[in-house]
Design a protein around this ligand. Structure first.
Ligand code: ATP
Ligand code: MG
Length: 410
């Protein structure tokens, strides 16, 4: 893509109404644009990143046998009355039609998926089943001041699974938990699984996946020597205590952002909708249900919180909008190189604008594409198709022939 044709432009100054690094850098770089608190447009660069995150999540959900579907976002009031959510869920958006009918906007979709899945489950032979969607959610959040970390409209992956027995549910639950760690690792993040607050009094198993960041809204205690991690809300331990799990480390307090969770829903929803299957003995039973969420747009914000420096964003390769940012300086002709890179299948943003080298370097730092490739009259004069390449995450550049550069980048 040619930067001269790009829909967006770089902004020198951070918007005044954004307090967090992710919102400031993403707005300045032209990744997102705020419509109102917690509601953003995703622009060409930003949508590429969001799609990259989404695809990693999709691959891993497919790998554990999840089948992708897309469910409605606007729901009749009746299904939310059936589960009690209409009155109990404070973040539920309620919409009235011109004929005074009530609707809810999806904030999670157990109410839709439970009756849906059960249409296709009659006997134990039809179980287990797991379906997921990657879709926009709406929540009437009171504090939407953390950029993409807390949206009123946000992108979530929500998967739901249905099982014949508790044992089968637990087997699948463990599999999904592993898939979650793979997802975070592929995104360049280190996530810790805490025992979630629901877990303590419901006896049901559930985990929240936390990434340490000062922009996060959760307080956690974690062990500096082992995997132990707990939400301060429910912790019996204090900061500075010895870790009882490993006996070696000390507990430290930190801010974290919840980037996903996995829940044992038991039979709450299947009982509400009275969905049953016939077991091996011919008896009618309720299945066991699990749900598994991942905050896709929140992850985009968390990645920026983790990967930036004073110049801008430093995208991990797996989610970057492009692989190479090609800059032509002082009128140097970069067309051939742009073409060569594209033919080699490299995703490249080509800064062909009329701008000073200083402006081009600053925009490359802000946008944060993993490799910067510079072509200048001086380099061209050296002959042999020389370019200068530099990783966004490193200071030093190297001058090499284009073929060599392609090898290094790939
Ligand atoms: P939180 O405690 O942060 O409000 P939650 O417990 O309400 O999260 P869930 O309802 O389980 O979250 O949603 C699943 C995932 O969706 C969360 O783990 C989080 O990553 C993401 N998420 C939840 N609320 C928001 C939001 N307002 N904006 C962006 N992402 C969100
Ligand atoms: Mg919430």
């Amino acid at each position: 893509m040619r930067q001269s044709q790009l829909f967006t432009k770089i902004e020198r100054n951070a918007p005044k109404d954004e307090a967090t690094v992710n919102a400031q850098l993403l707005a300045r770089g032209g990744f997102v644009s705020k419509l109102m608190a917690g509601v953003y447009s995703y622009l060409p660069l930003g949508l590429r990143v969001l799609n990259n995150i989404e695809n990693i999540v999709r691959e891993e959900m497919d790998a554990v046998g999840g089948q992708e579907i897309s469910m409605p976002i606007i729901h009749p009031k009746s299904i939310w009355m059936t589960t009690g959510g209409w009155d109990k869920i404070d973040v539920l958006f309620k919409v009235k039609s011109r004929t005074e009918k009530d609707y809810a906007l999806g904030q999670s979709e157990e109410e839709v998926v439970t009756p849906l899945v059960m249409k296709y489950v009659n006997t134990y032979r039809d179980l287990p089943k797991a379906v997921y969607q990657i879709n926009w959610k709406f929540r009437d959040e009171l504090r939407s001041k953390s950029g993409l970390l807390r949206g009123v409209e946000f992108l979530m992956k929500d998967m739901y699974s249905f099982h014949e027995t508790q044992e089968d549910f637990e087997r699948y639950f463990a599999e999904v938990k592993k898939a979650y760690f793979r997802i975070y690792e592929r995104l360049g993040l280190t996530a810790k699984a805490t025992e979630a607050s629901g877990g303590s009094f419901t006896q049901k198993i559930s985990y929240e996946f936390m990434v340490l960041t000062d922009a996060g809204e959760d307080d956690i205690l974690y062990c500096d020597a082992c995997e132990f991690c707990v939400n301060v809300e429910i912790a019996k331990e204090k900061e500075g205590d010895k870790c009882t799990r490993c006996g070696k480390g000390t507990l430290a307090k930190a801010k974290a952002s919840e980037v996903g969770n996995v829940f044992d829903l038991g039979q709450k929803f299947v009982k509400d909708f009275d969905v049953t299957f016939t077991d091996k003995e011919g008896n009618k039973r309720h299945p066991i249900m699990g749900c598994y969420g991942i905050g896709i747009s929140r992850l985009m914000g968390v990645i920026v919180e983790k990967y930036h420096d004073e110049g801008g964003i430093v995208w991990p390769g797996a989610v970057a909008p492009f692989a190479v940012h090609l800059l032509s300086l002082n009128g140097a002709d970069g067309e051939k190189i742009y073409e060569t890179l594209q033919n080699a299948g490299v995703k490249v943003l080509y800064d062909d604008r009329e701008a000073t080298p200083g402006e081009k370097f600053a925009s490359a730092d802000l946008i944060g594409i993993p490799w910067r490739m510079v072509v200048s009259p001086k380099l061209l004069a050296e002959g042999g198709n020389k370019v200068e390449i530099k990783r966004r995450s490193e200071k030093d550049s190297q001058t090499v022939g284009l073929e060599e550069a392609l090898k290094i980048i790939k």
